[in-house]
Design a protein around this ligand. Structure first.
Ligand SMILES: [Zn+2]
Length: 290
């Protein structure tokens, strides 16, 4: 078996902190993206579990968590990107419509939050299914995608591109966005997602870290990224259980975002806005051939 590893075809020469920072929108020192992975009952259904009783934490997203996060974002005046599995959009269409009506971006996140690689034909079917569900529901097609499991196959990106997607936010291999050459003269933008220190899941699922310490860790991460590179993306889940939909955990997110806002030279973006910027100034960013 042969593997085709991604190749870096353009890499910015990094010599100093100043050089590590590409030109950002609004001439900001640091670009900040807040992303919410809806992760409702589709997570349990995708694992073959009945989403009731001990397995009902995903239902919290639609019943409480998403609206709590929307209220928080309205208080802060921050735009966000919500990644929504197709199944969750089918179960809770009004909640997904409220996300879009508030001005936030709705992007795709699998059908039942697939945690495994699928045969090519089935993968294409599910990518297309979710795309149709979200497009029909909102009257506008999603342009961004995040793998529910972080995994991709050789058909994933070409299929997404053919459906009109312009960025992926699944990889964990860089600090800042970069161009993806996916072959046949086609490009997408990769917006890397740090699933560990800038995500609620490991803190609340593995280490059961107190919320006060989670806030301190997120602030420290921001401080370092503000100093170098200038890109900070936080990803949370509005579920109960290992998510951040519940009151004290949502307050922890708000405390983190208010801390960031106190830095005057930061610029909050939806990922589609960040795509537009990278696509407009591709020479400022690395390029990787898949
Ligand atoms: Zn997810």
């Amino acid at each position: 078996m042969t593997f085709n590893y991604p190749k870096v075809t353009r890499s910015r020469q990094l010599g100093s902190v100043q050089e590590e920072r590409p030109a950002w929108p609004n001439n900001a020192r640091c670009v900040v993206a807040f992303t919410v992975d809806f992760d409702g009952t589709g997570n349990e259904v995708g694992k073959g579990l009945e989403p009731f009783g001990a397995h009902s934490a995903g239902r919290y997203s639609a019943r409480r968590g998403v609206d709590r996060h929307l209220d928080m974002l309205e208080r802060l005046g921050i735009p966000a990107t919500f990644f929504v599995p197709g199944y969750d959009a089918e179960c809770s269409p009004d909640v997904v419509k409220r996300i879009a009506a508030a001005g936030h971006e709705v992007a795709a996140h699998g059908y039942v939050h697939e945690g495994m690689l699928l045969e090519a034909e089935e993968e294409v079917r599910r990518l297309t299914l979710t795309h149709t569900i979200l497009s029909d529901l909102l009257g506008t097609a999603p342009r961004g995608w995040r793998s529910p499991s972080g995994q991709k196959t050789s058909v994933t990106l070409p299929t997404l591109r053919s459906l009109g997607y312009q960025y992926d936010s699944s990889d964990k291999d860089a600090d800042t966005p970069y161009m993806l050459d996916i072959g046949n003269g086609q490009h997408m933008v990769e917006i890397p997602n740090n699933t560990y220190s800038l995500d609620d899941f490991p803190f609340f699922n593995f280490s059961m870290t107190p919320v006060s310490e989670v806030v301190e860790q997120w602030k420290k991460e921001f401080d370092c990224r503000y100093a170098e590179g200038g890109f900070f993306m936080l990803t949370v889940h509005p579920r109960a259980g290992w998510g951040s939909g519940t009151p004290s955990r949502t307050r922890a997110i708000e405390e983190t975002l208010r801390y960031i806002q106190r830095h005057g030279d930061v610029h909050f973006v939806r990922l589609i806005d960040l795509f537009e910027h990278v696509n407009q100034f591709p020479q400022s960013f690395d390029e990787v051939r898949v």
